[in-house]
Each structure stands twice: as structure tokens, then as C-alpha cells.
Design a binder for this molecule. Structure first.
Ligand code: PEP
Ligand code: MG
Length: 756
């Protein structure tokens, strides 16, 4: 008999039992008999989790008196090991296994062979079903598969209270698992409490047993077709915003999506009587189990890919499409994901999103910058995250201390909320600094501006008391739109921002699309594959060639600033002519508006970002053309160190407080001395206290930073004596100590300067 046929028979009979009016124990007793008959097993036993222990609930072949008597802890004996590892065991000689434990009350001493599979509910084992034989033999794949299918059905029946009446006692409630603390890398500092929401929710399987096998088969065919279409579309769009790693992932996706073996196994599972959803899950469980046996990190990565794909297939087949952003988000969401793109994050309602935990992520990835702008704490590089956190788990996220506590105990929660209250107090203290001008101890006024990009950011300007917006990332509007924002929409946003800013300057950066800021509706216009999108056709490079895009934006900005002063900044300028060409586009539009007798801006200030190291070599040629220059330390650092800002493996490798970057920044500030150019920094670096201190020591007097940092940096400025920090910085850079960060920190602490 095939596995499918055996499982089918079992399923049909289980169906009949479920419909019967027998009490729960009676049903379980029948279940073990049915499995024994169909698999020709001498022993079939079902252990279920009760009060944290695995208890023998029913047996065919062992002493009946052991039922509800034999109990073992998770991890104890063969059954406990299966439950602990959520992993099948198939042993010709059970006694030879190191975890074997003999239980005399069961009378199992005469049985040699043993096979057991976990009964899995929400990715945890809630029981074990096992078979035993006198004759020493390894069980065939078809027997194991039939057992696994049975275990799956049992899991559904248990969760529906169809087999036992005491769900709570079985430990199925999510709270049943203990607290757990995960550590990661703080990407956006902050504290948040809430409940886990998967960015790509796992599909809930409501029905395991099929009513109509042929219909289920058709559903899977259609879902496969659709999934392959999606993967092919993703692969053919890979030229934009995708790096080498992405391509590799897509290749693997394609390989899995077209793998005939996968489709065949799902069909076999359907033949055994399962619904399409249950069949996909059943095959996935089996694959998970196989993969776990192979201890290879590369394969583990592949497993994630396959999980993603299987989940995609499940979502298609069940019609549960879309990310959590589109599915009635809970009010206290802590978002769980492997990684996210900036546009994906922007889809979320920021009032409901309290925090994000990523398995990957790096400090200057755009998604993290967006989260920072949204004021949402992010913990990245959290290993094993998706295997350990379940949907709906309570989470205390401490992205200051680099941890997330899952299912916290009362005492941990109390301590956390005390700290939370203190942080809020500190924030309130910063709010008091809102109207205080940041003068250094020696009396120099430092410009503390903020970075923005979303309409909602405007309110932050008054809230934090920034001197203006030193970087308005105009591409955010493009990222959140489903279609290219037309001139009218751009104009409205820019005008609203200028209205809100009043007298304070707003530096509008022209669109910086490309790299990890992929815009779906521009993909078709881009034909060449970019191997290194961060260094590819992005930002000004793209804007100068797609002149239409830039013209529209220029018109929108010029019209929005009618009768006021306009600051325009060009991103990723690599050579001075690019600045000239971009400025010319604006001047043309200005001339056009003049002929139309439109009201023009009173003044226009043109500036450039220095993000490409080569520009530092030609500053003497560029600076006379500029009214301001802003250092984008995010891109600059990635190009100086040749380290992809979005690569999680490099996230902690290079420090902003290392001599190379600090010396480089000093060269630039020295080149600007005595020139009529307003110099500033607008990368993430300036928003961290120690880094801001270093920048003051390097001669920078204008910082544009993330809104939450405005208060802390203002406080820092008021504690600094510029001559003192400049002298110290010169000393450190003349002969750098081995750990410059530690040195600067100690220096600051000695002087009572707020270093963190
Ligand atoms: C930078 O590169 O430092 C910068 C401010 O621009 P973005 O982070 O948007 O690339
Ligand atoms: Mg940049």
C-alpha cells in the first residue's frame, strides 16, 4: 500500500470517529486502534502535553494501565526528545539510542524498533504519536509519512477540542511557553511594548481533511501557476534595486518553484485526503525535518527561502494575501520580519506600529532610516527570531539595551515599564529644550536641524524645536505612492512643508531613487541590470537622464516656494558638472515660469551632497558654485570603506569614530574654511551623541539629524567647549589610539558630557 493510500484510509476512519458521539478518551482509544490496523503496527501510542509533561493518553499494544500514568518531561526519553526537537525518530533498535529510557509499567521491553513523530501545533510539539515492533527494523518512508499525516490531523482535532476537552491543560495556549530574551543590534534606539505581528503572516489552516480531493488538486495546480508567474515577474524585474544576493535568492526561489518533486509530494499528500493547505504544510513539515538533520548553515539559509516560498504558496491557495500592513493591524504591533524594504515599512500605519524586529538589517539601510524618521524602535540582527517568536506573543522591545523579551515574566515586565517611564521623563526633559537655542559653552550657535521626508514629519519640527529641515528626502513620497506622483501632488506636499516650517529653512533634496529605494512603477523604464545598485544608476545619475522626472520636480519646487526662499540639494554628486547640469534644469524651469509670469521664489540656494569620495578631490572646483554643502555620511561611509550599507554582515564592522572617516571629514571641513559655503552633515552619524561631539571637534557647525536626536544633541551642544574638543580631536587624529570610540567616550564622561 502507498503512503497516500494508508493515510487516506486512516483519515476516512478518523473522520467517522470524529462524527461519532463517543467521549474524548473513547475517540483516542479508537484512533490508536485505527492507526495500528492500517499500518500493521504492534504498538501505537499517543502522548500529549499536559501541564508541561508528555503523558501517555492512549495506546494500542502497551499495558493499558500505563495510560495517564506514564509521563515524561520534554527532552526526557525518546518521546521527550521528539517533542523537544520537534523531530521524527526512526530507530531499528530503540534501546541503542542514548536518550532511551525504559518505563517498566508500559511493558515495552519486548519491542525493539521504534518510530515517533511530533504532533505539531503552532510550530511546537504538543504531543507525539509513536509505533513500535518486536522485530528490529527501520520503518519505511511510507509508514513515516502516513504517521506524519495522522499527526497533522490529530493536531487539528486537538486544537479544535475534538479529541480532548481540556485545551488549557494540554498547554496549547500561547502563554504556555516560558519567557525568552533575544539579543540583536540596536538599529533605531527606543523602547516599545506590544505583540508580535508577522510581516508575512503564517496562514492558518482551518480544514485539514478534504471534502473533494479533485477540487483540492486543482486549487494547488492553480496556486503553483500563480506562484511561478510571481517569481518569474520578480526575477525579470531584478534589474532595479536588486543586488547580487537578491539574485541568488531569486534563483533559488525559481529552482524550488519549478521543482517537480515538491509539486509531486504535495499531490501525494492531497491523495491521502488532505486539503491543499494541509498538504503544503505537511510536505513542508517533512522538508523541515529533513533539513534539520543536515547541519549546514548554507542549507539553513535555503530552508528559509523554501519556507518563504511555501508560505507564499499557502497564501495564494488560501487567498490570505498581502502583508500584515493590509490586514487590520493591531494597535500595539511589534513587527517581525527577516528584512523589509523601505516601501514595505511605509505601508504600515505608524500609529499602530510600535517596534520592528528583524533577523537582518543594518544601521544605514533605508528601511532603518525610514523607521527612525517614523520614530519606531528597531532591533536588527536577531538570530533565530522567526523560529522563536509566535504570532501574538507579548514582546518587550528594548532597542537601547539591544534585547527583546518574548513572553516576559511579571518581574521583567515591571522592570521594563519602570525604565520605559524614565525614558519618557527624559524625553519630556528634552521637550523642555525645544525653545532653547543650542549655544556651546563657548558661545557658538550650532544649527541643529532635522531630517524629514513624510508629510507627518512636519509636526515634528515644532515638537522637537529644530532649526529647520536640513534634509527633506523627497523620494519618500515616491516610495509610498503606487504610481509616479504627478506635479500637483508634489507641489502640494512641498508647499505644506514650507508653510509648516515658516521662517525656518527647508533643504529639499531632489529624488534619490535607486539602490535600496526601489520604486516599482519605474522598473519598466529601467532596462539594464545593476549589479551594484548602490553604486549604480541612482539619485542624480538617474534624474539627469530621466530629465522629465527632474523637470517636473523642479517645477513643483519652484512653484511651491513662490515668494519665499528655496533650498535645493542634489544627491550623489560625483563630479562638478553634474551639479551644473542639475542646476541648469532648475534654471530652465525658472525661465519658463518667468515667461508664464508666475510668482517665483525670492531666492534660490543650490547645494550638493558629498557622498561620493571622489568629490572631495575636486572641492576647490565645486565649492565656489555652491551655497551649501552637506555630507551624507551614510553613503560616504559605504563608499569609503567599500562596505554595502545594507549588508547585514557588515553592519557592525566599521565605526564612524574611526580615524579614516574622521580624517576624511576633517579634510572636507578644512577645504570649506574661509569659503562662502554653508557646511553641514545630514547622515545618520550626526544623530548619535558621541559622533555629534566628534563632528563639532572637526569643525562642523550644522547638523541635520533624525527628529528624536534633536533634543539629546541640543543638550550635548550646550555642554561642549569647541576649542577643547577641537584640540582633543586633533590630538587623536595625529596619533590615533587603538580604540578611538572608547577614548572619546571617556573624554566626554570625564567632562560630564552626555555621551549616549
Ligand atoms: C546619506 O547618504 O548620508 C544621506 C543622508 O542620504 P540617504 O541616507 O538618503 O542616502
Ligand atoms: Mg545618501
Amino acid at each position: 500500500m502507498t503512503a497516500a493510500a494508508a493515510a487516506r484510509q486512516i483519515l476516512t476512519q478518523l473522520h467517522a470517529i470524529m462524527a461519532s458521539r463517543t467521549h474524548a478518551q473513547g475517540k483516542l482509544d479508537r484512533v490508536v486502534d485505527i492507526i495500528a490496523e492500517n499500518l500493521d503496527s504492534e504498538v501505537v501510542s499517543i502522548y500529549l502535553l499536559r501541564e508541561g509533561m508528555l503523558e501517555l493518553f492512549a495506546t494500542h499494544g502497551l499495558n493499558k494501565s500505563a495510560v495517564h500514568v506514564t509521563r515524561m518531561a520534554i527532552g526526557e526519553g525518546l518521546t521527550g526528545t521528539i517533542a523537544e526537537n520537534v523531530k521524527t525518530l526512526n530507530l531499528a533498535e530503540a534501546k541503542a539510542h542514548p536518550d532511551f529510557q525504559y518505563r517498566p509499567e508500559t511493558g515495552e521491553d519486548k519491542f525493539h524498533s521504534f518510530a515517533g513523530v511530533p504532533i505539531v501545533y503552532r510550530e511546537r510539539a504538543v504531543g507525539v504519536v509513536c509505533v513500535q515492533h518486536v522485530e528490529p527494523r527501520r520503518y519505511e518512508d511510507i509508514e513515516i509519512e502516513a504517521l506524519q499525516t495522522t499527526a497533522m490531523v490529530l493536531s487539528e482535532l486537538i486544537s479544535n477540542n475534538a479529541l480532548i476537552d481540556e485545551e488549557e491543560a494540554l498547554g496549547l495556549a500561547p502563554e504556555a511557553t516560558g519567557p525568552l530574551t533575544l539579543s540583536g543590534l540596536p538599529l533605531v534606539k527606543g523602547l516599545a511594548s506590544g505583540h508580535a505581528v508577522y510581516h508575512q503572516p503564517r496562514v492558518t489552516i482551518d480544514q485539514v481533511m478534504a471534502d473533494d480531493t479533485e477540487a483540492e488538486r486543482q486549487r494547488v495546480y492553480r496556486a503553483f501557476d500563480k506562484m511561478r508567474e510571481q517569481i518569474d515577474a520578480m526575477a525579470s524585474n531584478a534589474e532595479f534595486g536588486k543586488g547580487g544576493e537578491h539574485e541568488e535568492v531569486l534563483e533559488t526561489y525559481k529552482m524550488f518553484a519549478y521543482d517537480e518533486g515538491w509539486g509531486r509530494r504535495i499531490n501525494e499528500a492531497i491523495d491521502s485526503g488532505l486539503t491543499a493547505e494541509a498538504a503544503i504544510e505537511r510536505v513542508q513539515q517533512h522538508t523541515r525535518m529533513r533539513m534539520r538533520e543536515i547541519d549546514d548553515p548554507l542549507l539553513a539559509d535555503r530552508m528559509h527561502d523554501l519556507e518563504d516560498l511555501a508560505n507564499r504558496l499557502l497564501r495564494i491557495v488560501s487567498g490570505q494575501l498581502g502583508t500584515a500592513a493590509t490586514q487590520g493591524l493591531r494597535r500595539d504591533t511589534i513587527l517581525i520580519a527577516k528584512n523589509l524594504g523601505p516601501a514595505e515599512l511605509l505601508e504600515y500605519d505608524r500609529r499602530r506600529l510600535k517596534g520592528v524586529i528583524l533577523e537582518e538589517g543594518s544601521l544605514t539601510a533605508h528601511v532603518v532610516i525610514v523607521a527612525r524618521a517614523m520614530g519606531i524602535a528597531v532591533l536588527g540582527q536577531t538570530r533565530g527570531l522567526r523560529g522563536l517568536v509566535r504570532e501574538g506573543d507579548e514582546i518587550l522591545l528594548d532597542a537601547n539595551g539591544a534585547t527583546a523579551t518574548i513572553r516576559p515574566s511579571q518581574s521583567v515586565a515591571d522592570a521594563f515599564f519602570t525604565r520605559f517611564a524614565k525614558t519618557k521623563e527624559r524625553q519630556a526633559a528634552y521637550a523642555e529644550l525645544r525653545d532653547v537655542e543650542p549655544f556651546t559653552r563657548c558661545g557658538t550657535r550650532i544649527q541643529v536641524m532635522m531630517n524629514a521626508g513624510l508629510r507627518d514629519d512636519i509636526t515634528n519640527l515644532n515638537l522637537v524645536g529644530a532649526d529647520g529641515i536640513g534634509l527633506f528626502r523627497t523620494e519618500f513620497q515616491f516610495l509610498v505612492s503606487a504610481t509616479l506622483p504627478q506635479r500637483e501632488r508634489q507641489l502640494r506636499l512641498y508647499r505644506d512643508v514650507l508653510d509648516a516650517a515658516g521662517d525656518r529653512p527647508v533643504i529639499f533634496r531632489t529624488v534619490d531613487i535607486g539602490g535600496d529605494k526601489a520604486v516599482p512603477y519605474l522598473r519598466s523604464a529601467l532596462s539594464d541590470a545593476d549589479e551594484n545598485p548602490a553604486m549604480g544608476w541612482r539619485a542624480l545619475r538617474l534624474a539627469l537622464e530621466r530629465e522629465g522626472l527632474m523637470k517636473v520636480q523642479a517645477r513643483a519646487l519652484l512653484e511651491a516656494a513662490a515668494g519665499r526662499s528655496l533650498h535645493v540639494m542634489f544627491p550623489m554628486v560625483s563630479e562638478p558638472w553634474e551639479f551644473d547640469a542639475a542646476k541648469a534644469v532648475f534654471e530652465q524651469q525658472l525661465a519658463f515660469l518667468k515667461t508664464r509670469k508666475k510668482q517665483l521664489p525670492d531666492t534660490i540656494h543650490y547645494g550638493a551632497m558629498l557622498e561620493v569620495p571622489a568629490l572631495a578631490e575636486v572641492l576647490d572646483l565645486l565649492i565656489p558654485k555652491l551655497s551649501f554643502l552637506s555630507i551624507g555620511t551614510n553613503d560616504l561611509t559605504q563608499f569609503l570603506f567599500a562596505a554595502d550599507r545594507a549588508n547585514p554582515k557588515l553592519a557592525e564592522r566599521y565605526d564612524w569614530l574611526s580615524p579614516a572617516i574622521l580624517r576624511f571629514l576633517r579634510r572636507i571641513s578644512q577645504a570649506a574654511v574661509g569659503q562662502a559655503v554653508d557646511l553641514g552633515v545630514c547622515g545618520e552619524m550626526g544623530g548619535r551623541n558621541l559622533e555629534a561631539l566628534a563632528l563639532l571637534g572637526l569643525g562642523y557647525r550644522r547638523l541635520s539629524i533624525t527628529p528624536v536626536s534633536v533634543g539629546p544633541v541640543k543638550e550635548l551642544v550646550r555642554q561642549v567647549d569647541l576649542a577643547e574638543i577641537t584640540a582633543a580631536m586633533n590630538g587623536w587624529l595625529a596619533s590615533p589610539p587603538p580604540d578611538l570610540r572608547a577614548e572619546i567616550k571617556a573624554w566626554a564622561e570625564q567632562r560630564g558630557i552626555a555621551a549616549e
